[in-house]
Design a protein around this ligand. Structure first.
Ligand SMILES: Cc1cc2nc3c(=O)[nH]c(=O)nc-3n(C[C@H](O)[C@H](O)[C@H](O)COP(=O)(O)O)c2cc1C
Length: 277
């Protein structure tokens, strides 16, 4: 991958990311170009991963920043087909969990520090609080996203699997998790099936997410209306239902049922050993 910068106005990936006519008047390099080309991959070829790929991805993940160097995360590589089947059954029966050459489960892991404190007969008063748990979530997400970027640089595709949180206790039992470890999300990794390619999904206009000095939602409604059109066009091109963005995201959280069991997350976390004081 090239890291040399170019100074011409950027179309290409930028248009795919934001819609036709979008131009970035700034230099771009190979890393950013690759990031702009991200798309979730849900169809994999059966080509195996080269030896050492998992270790490369974990090294990239461990290279992410981590709050206070606490390294409050772990990851489980699941190869066993039976275990994959059982995890898929717990995660909305998403078949790419079984099909992808590699399936990772990223964990917020406070158990290491708990074991360390027990071995030294120390009480660490702050560990049961909400803040360290949030650190675990943040650390796991940053590490995982580094792995995604690394995987994509190797020509691999990935998809996160948040549905692994639909049944946290059962997933924890399947993975033999000790107390104070939470499965945050799964991740499929493999070579994309060239016969079923994924596309870059346009995002909200920058005006909606980028604020200067203070939060400003003044132009938000019209920007979102424009984005609804961009996404409708994208969906039409993909042969998907043409709903735009706002109706879909509103529906996504409209009812408690839409949380698919995750409405009991507080209870599940308690069962996993998190007090969240
Ligand atoms: C934390 C997280 C959980 C996700 N869970 C799922 C999932 O369970 N199933 C799925 O098909 N996609 C899942 N996705 C992928 C998103 O749907 C996808 O990133 C989003 O629609 C944007 O599309 P893109 O990644 O192709 O740009 C998840 C993404 C994230 C970040």
């Amino acid at each position: 991958m090239s890291s040399s910068a170019t100074s011409a106005p950027i179309r290409g990936h930028f248009e795919e990311r934001y819609g036709a006519g979008s131009v970035l008047e700034a230099p771009l390099n190979g890393v950013i170009e690759q990031m702009l080309g991200h798309r979730s991959v849900r169809a994999y070829s059966d080509k195996p991963l080269p030896a050492g790929t998992l270790e490369q991805l974990v090294a990239a993940a461990q290279s992410a920043s981590t709050s206070s160097n606490l390294q409050f995360w772990s990851v489980i590589a699941v190869q066993d087909p039976g275990r994959r089947e059982r995890l898929a059954a717990l995660a909305d029966k998403q078949k790419f969990i079984v099909e992808a050459p590699l399936f990772l489960v990223w964990l917020a892991d406070l158990s290491r520090l708990s074991r360390l404190s027990q071995a030294q007969d120390l009480t660490i008063e702050a560990l049961p609080y909400l803040e360290p748990f949030m650190v675990g979530l943040i650390d796991a997400a940053l590490a995982a996203q580094n792995a995604v970027v690394a995987a994509e640089s190797l020509g691999l595709g990935t998809v996160y699997v948040g549905a692994i949180r639909n049944h946290p206790e059962q997933v924890a039992a399947e993975l033999g998790l000790p107390p104070m470890v939470m499965p945050v999300f799964g991740m499929c990794i493999g070579y994309p099936d060239p016969t079923r390619p994924a596309s870059v999904k346009p995002r909200l206009p920058q005006a909606v997410v980028l604020h200067h000095e203070q939060y400003d939602a003044q132009s938000e409604a019209q920007e979102i209306a424009a984005y609804d059109e961009v996404l409708t066009e994208f969906q039409a091109g993909q042969g998907m239902a043409t709903a735009g963005w706002s109706p879909v995201v509103l529906k996504r959280l409209q009812t408690i049922g839409s949380l698919r069991g995750r409405d009991r997350m507080r209870e599940a976390l308690k069962a996993l050993g998190f007090e969240l004081r």
